[in-house]
Design a protein around this ligand. Structure first.
Ligand code: GDD
Length: 289
C-alpha cells in the first residue's frame, strides 16, 4: 500500500514512478455534490486538478500506462434525459464543473500524447458500501436505525430529484473492461431507468413494513443551490461495443441495501436482497457482503 494525496503532484509522480503500474483507475475526488457548494475551491483542486496531476505523472514517466477517469453523469447537469456520450455537458455544481474539466484533460492527454485514457461516464452506482451521507444509503440506514429504535425521523432534501441508480460492483467490473478494450474511448454506463428519491424512500420503507409519512421530514439544509432534475443513461454504445448489461434493477438494489443495513445493525435481514444476490451472482465475491 502506498499513500498519496491528490493535491501533491510530487508524491503522485513518486508513486507512479515506484509502482510502474500497467493500469490506473482514478476514482479519487471530493465526490459529494452538496459539499462541493460549501468547498468549491477545494473541490476544484482535488476533483479537477487531481486528474491532471496523475495524467502528467503518467506522461512524464514515459511508461505505457492505461488511465481510467471516473467521469460522472453529474456532468450532464441540466441537459435533458436520456443522456449519451454525445449529450452536451451543462454542469450544475462545483463538483460537476470539476469533473467536466477532468474529463477534457483525459481526452486531451489521449489525443495530444497518445495516452490510453478512457472516461467512464457512470450514472449513480450504489451498494451497502456507499457513504452514509449519499441519499440511498442514508435512507436504507435510517430504515435499520428506525427498526432498532435508535432513530424516529429521517430528514431529507429534494424528494423529486430523479436518478438512474445501479449496483456498484457491476460498474466496477465494467471499468476494468473499458481498459481491456482495443482502444481508449468514452462510455456512458447506467441502467436506463430513472426513479425519484421519493420512490426510493417508498420502496425501502414498504420493504420494512414502515409507513414513510410517519418518519420523513424535509430539511431545506439538504437542498442544493442548483439541482440536477433527472438523469437517465443511454448506454447503447456500451451495450453494443462491450456487452454492457445491468443485472440489478431499482427495486432489487433497494432490497440489497436494506438487508445489508439490517445486518449491520444486528437485525435479521428480510432476505429478499440476499436471495437476489445469490441468484444473480452465485460465483462472485460481491454477492453477499
Ligand atoms: N445526499 C443527499 N442527502 N441527497 C439528497 C437528500 C439528502 O438528504 N435529499 C434529497 N437528496 C437528493 C439530492 O438533491 C440529489 O438530487 C439526489 O438526492 C442524489 O443525491 P446523492 O445521493 O448525494 O448523489 P448525487 O446524485 O448528487 O451524486 C452521486 O452520483 C454521481 C453520479 O451521477 C455522487 O456519487 C457523485 O460523486 C457521482 O458523480
Amino acid at each position: 500500500m502506498y499513500y498519496g494525496d491528490l493535491s501533491d503532484s510530487e508524491q503522485i509522480s513518486n508513486v507512479i514512478y515506484n509502482i510502474k503500474p500497467d493500469e490506473v483507475y482514478h476514482l479519487g475526488a471530493q465526490s459529494h455534490v452538496r459539499v462541493s457548494f460549501e468547498a468549491p475551491e477545494y473541490t476544484g483542486n482535488i476533483t479537477a486538478l487531481g486528474a491532471t496531476r496523475i495524467l502528467e505523472a503518467i506522461r512524464r514517466s514515459g511508461n505505457s500506462i492505461k488511465f481510467y477517469q471516473a467521469s460522472s453523469s453529474e456532468m450532464f447537469g441540466a441537459s435533458l434525459p436520456p443522456q449519451s456520450e454525445s449529450t452536451p455537458f451543462i454542469p450544475r455544481s462545483p463538483y460537476a464543473a470539476a469533473k467536466v474539466y477532468a474529463y477534457w484533460m483525459a481526452a486531451n492527454y489521449r489525443d495530444g500524447y497518445g495516452i490510453f485514457a478512457s472516461n467512464g461516464i457512470l450514472f449513480n452506482h450504489e451498494s451497502p458500501r456507499r457513504g452514509e451521507t449519499f441519499v440511498t444509503r442514508k435512507i436504507t440506514r435510517a430504515v435499520a436505525s428506525i427498526l432498532s429504535k435508535k432513530q424516529d425521523s429521517l430528514f431529507l432534501g429534494n424528494l423529486d430529484a430523479r436518478r438512474d441508480w445501479g449496483y456498484a460492483p457491476e460498474y466496477v467490473a465494467f471499468m476494468w473492461k473499458m481498459l481491456q478494450n482495443e482502444k481508449p474511448e468514452d462510455f456512458v454506463i447506467g441502467t436506463g431507468e430513472s426513479h425519484s428519491v421519493r420512490e426510493f424512500v417508498d420502496e425501502a420503507f414498504s420493504y420494512a413494513g414502515l409507513d414513510r409519512d410517519e418518519y420523513i421530514k424535509i430539511d431545506p439544509r439538504y437542498y442544493r443551490p442548483t439541482e440536477v432534475e433527472e438523469l437517465i443513461a443511454d448506454s447503447n454504445k456500451a451495450i453494443k461495443k462491450l456487452k454492457w448489461k445491468s443485472e440489478i434493477k431499482f427495486k432489487e438494489l433497494v432490497k440489497i441495501m436494506v438487508d445489508a443495513d439490517l445486518r449491520a445493525y444486528g437485525l435479521e435481514p428480510f432476505g429478499e436482497g440476499d436471495e437476489i444476490l445469490k441468484k444473480k451472482f452465485p460465483n462472485r465475491w460481491w454477492g453477499v457482503d
